[in-house]
Design a protein around this ligand. Structure first.
Ligand code: 3PG
Ligand code: MG
Length: 399
């Protein structure tokens, strides 16, 4: 690939230069306390930041957090992230109270060689996500003025045509960071010639989000295992009753069509944990997937399903997993996700975990990250990569 990476930049020399690093520090925050509930994305960018500080760069980090609406919104401040980043880097992180304004300019100007600054949330500015090229461009101009070179290490955001991802690299010499490079290397193995059997596990709530990737993957995979909220629309398409479970009625016909075309590659749950309500302490039991009682809601896949999925995963040589099998945040409904994750970890396969939720699930359930081949920091980004789409952030680095 014709992309220059961090090693090329380090070979040029960065001492004393301002390196603008786009990171994806969009970490989940605890709704009650505001604490960072999973710092995986912060840790994932440390190799790039560490190499730059060691080489004496003035490192200017920028990121989005959540989806503020183009204006400052304290609940989406990156300040807590700066604290955690500083702890992990073992050095103070200088924080700006705006993204490209006076505070940002002064913070960057005051940086000594080897020091790190974090700008405030990119999405506090309308230009970051604007669909208008000129508006995005104007913001990109301001952002680019804070760096001499640009490094993209925000793999989780490369599928967004946003100013910091798509327009800044047109304005500065640009390089892929270590994380972006590794993610692309790994995912290209899955789109290239994966060792077989190649088994994909998909979960998460919505079929509509996954439709494009299912279409792209079906011809390539040997097995496609479907769990999570999206499985109920497939079960409905098979003619089963799904009670009050999550259902995308307008997708039933599409799912029926996929099942007909899938040559038996698609495996659906055979049993489901059905609860009286969507609540951690709701009464629940395991029922056959053919008939979920009305008024009950499926919140996890059942043990027979886990056993069947595990058997399919056992012989796999390549595995991609995106999306939890159930509501794993509630311990009563975490068994499916845990069982499938353990089967993936135990398989003698090159396994890739894609996505914010599944990656967070691996860590939240206390599984050993090292028993997976790669844990991607990108949810939407990894899916769009596997769909074969052009990713604006990657394309911008190629030019
Ligand atoms: C993500 O978490 O999906 C990435 O950080 C991108 O965020 P977005 O989906 O809000 O663009
Ligand atoms: Mg997203």
């Amino acid at each position: 690939m014709s992309i220059r990476n961090l090693d090329d930049l380090l070979a040029e020399g960065v001492s004393g230069r301002r390196v603008l690093v786009r990171a994806d520090l969009n970490v989940p925050l605890d709704k009650q306390t505001g604490d960072i509930s999973d710092d995986g994305r912060i840790r994932a960018v440390l190799p790039t930041l560490g190499a730059l500080t060691e080489a004496g760069a003035k490192v200017v980090v920028c990121s989005h957090l959540g989806r503020p609406k183009g204006a400052p919104d304290p609940q989406f401040s990156l300040a807590p992230v700066a604290g955690r980043l500083g702890e992990l880097l073992g050095t103070a992180v200088h924080t700006a109270t705006d993204t490209v304004g006076e505070s940002a300019q002064a913070t960057v100007a005051a940086l000594a060689d080897g020091e790190v600054a974090l700008l405030e949330n990119l999405r506090f500015n309308k230009g970051e996500t604007s669909k208008d090229d000129a508006e995005r461009g104007a913001f990109a101009d301001q952002l680019a003025a804070l760096g001499d070179v640009y490094v993209d290490d925000a793999f989780g955001a490369v599928h967004r045509k946003h100013a910091s991802v798509h327009d800044v690299p047109a304005r500065l010499p640009h390089f892929a960071g270590r994380l972006v490079l590794r993610e692309v290397e790994v995912l290209s193995q899955l789109t290239g010639d994966p060792e077989r059997p190649y088994v994909v596990v998909l979960g998460g709530s919505k079929v509509s989000d996954k439709l494009a990737v299912i279409e792209a993957l079906l011809p390539k995979v040997d097995r496609l295992l479907i769990g999570g909220g999206m499985c109920f629309t497939f079960l409905k398409a098979r003619g089963h009753e799904v009670g009050s479970s999550l259902l995308e009625a307008e997708m039933v016909e599409t799912c029926r069509n996929l099942l007909e075309r899938s040559e038996g590659k698609i495996m659906l749950p055979v049993d489901v944990v059905a609860a009286d309500a969507f609540a951690p302490d709701a009464a629940h039991d395991t029922v056959p997937a053919e008939g979920i009682p009305s008024k009950r809601v499926g919140l996890d896949v059942g043990p027979k399903t886990v056993a069947g999925f595990a058997a399919a995963l056992k012989g796999a040589r390549t595995i991609f997993w995106n999306g939890p099998m159930g509501v794993f945040e509630m311990p009563a409904f975490a068994h499916g996700t845990r069982g499938v994750a353990e089967a993936i970890a135990g398989a003698d396969a090159f396994s890739v975990v894609g996505g914010g939720d599944s990656a967070a699930a691996v860590r939240a359930l206390g599984l050993d990250e090292k028993s997976f081949g790669h844990i991607s920091t990108g949810g939407g980004a990894s899916l769009e990569y596997l769909e074969g789409k052009t990713l604006p952030g990657i394309a911008a680095l190629e030019n």
